[in-house]
Write a protein that binds this ligand. Structure first.
Ligand code: GLN
Length: 485
């Protein structure tokens, strides 16, 4: 088994017993990235030099007695996080030449833990999308079927982990962008509680919804990465003043008696039978583990997509105003006036989906429409949140499919934004309510593509969520499908 297919626990023991060096692992990761990136396009930038230098530095210093589990672990980072000296293009022409001059929170946390950043991973432009087809430069491929999308917007981060280019990676999730690509690529993806992980240095899409989280090939690895990034940061005003528990400590506890809620609004006619079969098997697995299944109701689910696409676009239109051709990235060289400079730089720098969001967001915030859309959206958001508060009186964890579909073909949905937006149906409510959600592989569909199971927990309920996910993973059979790279 190659070094990059190992778990964090395995690598940690190899380092501890000095059977492997960080340099060996980083070289194996670089080799795998360089051999497969041509097919996958998961990485937008590979930090060969700095990763090797970091590995040598760690080896020379030796593994500290109290080393973090993330010590010496190669990590991929979504292209919208600021890591000093690394490009952060957000998959956009407007930030094509942008190199971060500072370390955002993720740069600080990864360095503190002694992890090795291998490069930045491709994504949908400004994290807007569900397929990575909105990237301005390349198409990221699904490692299980190169004709299909990896999901989005953190598709590069998901594909990088699925194909063992890296051990774990970071993504961001505003409406499903960690969980949906995790489900399409057959890996674990966790969106933490809003405020658990600092957004300092994350290029903002919709600030009240954005949250950074881990991708991993197993639940324990996700717990280790979460541990190293969770916790209070005074540089993010929405960061929780909270000391996270030890996320890997309780993974092995049994889950007898845990109540698993099944929201009746999520199990409607729209879900294909082969996906439903996987979800039904998952329910059975939980019953065998001693869990009790309870029916719950999330009555405002039908309004979630509309609410999300009003609030997220409104926030995006404000956040993206800073890209004006003056301060960052792409700038039109022929403009004669300041106004023309703004118009031409933004028209040429942003792609079509980003423009659609800015226009929609500007509309819902405009005078005369603000009350009808934005204000109403905020009120419905509260109702969605209250649905979950009610549901968690009856259930400890909520179980749903992650997505109503599996990895689709390139071009299948890109010309139909509504159908693309509708595919976020099972993920957006979790962001609206600020809750943690995890996607786990739970089988394959009729086309032999991975199917994802979503578990949702109450606010700051990550430990319980990871515990349930770990117990499920232990007994769920492997996907049994082969990578195409
Ligand atoms: N697919 C959703 C969107 O396009 C979610 C994106 C995300 O979570 N960043 O907005």
């Amino acid at each position: 088994m190659s070094l990059t297919s190992k778990t964090i626990q395995e690598l940690h023991s190899l380092y501890r017993s000095k059977k492997t060096s960080v340099q060996d692992v980083v070289e194996a990761s670089l080799k795998r990235i360089e051999e497969t990136n041509y097919h996958l396009n998961s990485f937008s930038h590979i930090c060969r030099e700095s990763a090797l230098a970091e590995a040598k530095k760690l080896d020379a210093a030796g593994m500290p007695e109290n080393a973090s589990m993330m010590w010496g672990i190669p990590v991929g980072v979504k292209d919208n996080m600021c890591i000093k000296g690394l490009p952060a293009t957000c998959g956009s022409k407007i930030l094509k030449n942008y190199i971060s001059p500072y370390d955002g929170a993720m740069g600080v946390c990864l360095k503190k833990a002694g992890s090795v950043v291998m490069g930045s991973c491709h994504m949908d432009e400004f994290a807007m999308g569900s397929s990575c087809e909105n990237n301005a430069f390349v198409k990221v491929k699904n490692p299980y079927d190169l004709e299909r999308v990896p999901g989005g917007s953190s598709g590069g981060s998901a594909a990088a982990v699925a194909s063992s280019q890296v051990i774990v990676s970071l993504g961001s999730d505003t409406g499903g962008s960690i969980r949906q690509p995790a489900s399409f690529c057959g890996v674990v993806g966790l969106k933490p509680t809003y405020g658990l992980v600092s957004r300092f240095g994350l290029v903002a899409f919709a600030s009240s919804l954005d949250q950074i989280g881990p991708f991993a090939r197993c639940v324990e690895d996700a717990a280790f990465l979460l541990q190293s990034i969770a916790g209070h940061d005074k540089k993010d005003s929405t960061s929780y003043d909270y000391t996270p528990p030890d996320y890997s400590k309780d993974l092995k506890n049994d889950i007898k008696g845990i109540k698993i809620g099944l929201p009746k609004e999520y199990f409607t006619d729209g879900i294909p039978a082969d996906i439903l079969t996987c979800i039904d098997k998952a329910k059975k697995v939980f019953c065998d583990l001693g869990a009790e299944l309870v029916e719950i109701s999330l009555p405002h689910t039908q309004y979630a997509i509309a609410t999300y696409y009003i609030l997220a676009t409104a926030e995006a239109s404000a956040n993206l105003a800073r890209f004006d051709g003056v301060r960052y990235g792409y700038r039109n060289k022929e403009a004669a006036t300041l106004k023309e400079l703004y118009i031409r730089s933004r028209s040429e720098g942003f792609g079509p989906e980003v423009k659609r969001r800015i226009i929609t967001g500007t509309f819902v915030l405009s005078s005369g429409y603000y009350d009808a859309y934005y204000l109403k959206g905020q009120k419905v958001r509260t109702l969605v949140k209250q649905d979950f508060d009610q549901a968690f009186r009856k259930a400890d964890v909520i179980l749903t499919p992650t997505s109503p579909c599996t990895a689709f073909q390139f071009g299948e949905k890109i010309d139909d934004p509504i159908s693309m937006y509708l595919s976020d149906i099972f993920t957006v409510s979790v962001n609206l309510a600020g809750l943690p959600g995890i996607s786990l592989p739970c089988g394959t569909d009729d086309k032999k593509l991975p199917v994802g199971l979503q578990l949702i927990g109450p606010s700051l309920g990550e430990a319980r969520l990871l515990n349930a996910a770990y117990q499920f993973e232990k007994v769920c059979p492997p996907l049994g499908i082969e990578l195409k790279v």
